[in-house]
Design a protein around this ligand. Structure first.
Ligand SMILES: [Zn+2]
Ligand SMILES: [Zn+2]
Length: 401
């Protein structure tokens, strides 16, 4: 379909105040991951009001809604996360959190409100849409990765969704701008746990025992050689040991030590490789010290890899509407993790940042800070770019259906 950009912008301006109201309602009543009951209800009420069919209670409190276009069996997905963080809000805003110790400190209230605004505009255009739009209101981003469960529950199957678009607010970027990161944007993540078993004895007679602490220290130091000597230096990866527990008394050789940490990599191959290497170093070091060791790995989110084709379609459209100087390209990925990554494996995905820094603001508080206070003007940019992304991808993809 063809659309009038001025008309689209006017529509966004029209609904802006109402979307801000929704956002503030969400902000005042934040709910932690896996507990998004009232958040889900607010979304359902809005979808019902717009007469958009939906399914609730997916992956916990998630909602999957569908705007049916001309082709009802194919569509584009849009994802918004819904959960808040265990923070006590210190931002001085009139719509401050009313829930003690819980705060929308990652902007997921904004993401949800934007998607409701986008849904409203796309729903009004549905007769002209070449395909359908799957609205994914996703719970538990901050903990268990609701995205994986939503995919498992079939949210991308009917209509068949081959591309999913998502956004995140960023107070390091000016409001009114969007920022794209080609290729790898966020890391694949894995937690590891190592237990080293030796033999305790008196600290004055170490040769009678096996020192699990000394063996563990060697392991922890050696692990960093995986990053510096086994991984291509042009590829980012990290190992962080964040916990180390050993021993009970100054004069006892420690019989058991435990340490644990995280692995982050920008592709899935390196994650598997580092896991193998950690196992190899720990087991062979334990052997050398006469100790034994056991390891556990818990894979978390996969790498978030943006699709080149989606970027090539969507970026020029954003440039046309927002102006070239409002569309930024960042080539530096972050080793943070986001469960949008699940949508990038299996389907293709594009995740981008929307600027949320006020004009001239210096040192704006970042996400996960208890004074985080994004500029609500970003809501307009969010809705406009989501609508444009859907129209663009539907136009391009429907040629192949
Ligand atoms: Zn977060
Ligand atoms: Zn977030």
């Amino acid at each position: 379909m063809t659309y009038d950009i001025q008309e689209l912008q006017a529509k966004v301006d029209d609904i802006f105040a109402q979307v801000v109201t929704l956002r503030r309602q969400l902000h005042m009543h934040p709910e932690l991951s896996e507990h998004e009951v009232n958040t889900s209800q607010l979304i359902q009420n809005e979808l019902a009001r717009l007469e958009i069919p939906y399914q609730s209670d997916i992956a916990g409190h998630g909602i999957c809604a569908t705007i049916y276009g001309k082709d009802k069996s194919h569509g584009v997905g849009l994802r918004a996360d819904m959960d808040a963080l265990p923070l006590t809000e210190m931002a001085d805003v009139p719509f401050k959190s009313k829930e003690p110790g819980v705060m929308h400190g990652c902007g997921h209230d904004i993401h949800t409100a934007i998607l409701l605004g986008t849904a409203r505009i796309l729903n009004e255009m549905k007769e002209d849409l070449s395909g359908s739009v799957q609205l994914l209101f996703q719970p538990s981003e901050e903990t268990i990765g609701g995205a994986e469960q939503m995919i498992g529950a079939g949210c991308l199957e009917n209509p068949r969704v081959s591309s999913v678009i998502g956004l995140h607010v960023d107070t390091a970027v000016d409001a009114g701008c969007v920022q794209f990161i080609p290729g790898a944007m966020n890391a694949a993540s894995c937690e590891f746990y190592v237990t080293v078993t030796g033999k305790s004895c008196h600290g004055a007679h170490p040769s009678e025992g096996i020192d699990s602490l000394l063996a563990s220290c060697t392991m922890i130091s050696s692990l960093q050689s995986i990053i510096t000597r086994k991984i291509d230096p042009a590829e980012a990866a990290l190992i962080t040991v964040g916990q180390f527990h050993s021993g009970t008394k100054n004069n006892i050789i420690s019989g058991e030590s435990k340490f644990s940490g995280i692995i982050r990599t920008l592709n899935m191959e390196n994650r598997s490789f580092i896991k193998e290497q950690i196992e190899e170093i720990c087991k062979s070091t334990a052997r050398a010290y006469g100790a034994s060791c056991s390891l556990e790995f818990h894979d978390s989110y996969p790498s978030l890899e943006n699709d080149d084709q989606l970027l090539a379609w969507i970026k020029p459209v954003c440039e046309e509407v927002l102006g070239k100087d409002h569309v930024l390209l960042c080539t530096k990925p972050s080793l943070g993790a986001d469960d949008f990554a699940y949508f990038c494996h299996g389907t293709r995905g594009l995740y981008y940042n929307i600027g949320a820094r006020r004009p001239g603001e210096k040192n704006a508080y970042p996400i996960h800070n208890n004074r985080f206070n994004p500029d609500e003007a970003c809501i307009k940019t969010g809705i406009l770019t989501e609508v444009l992304a859907v129209l663009t991808v539907l136009k391009e993809e429907s040629r192949q259906w």
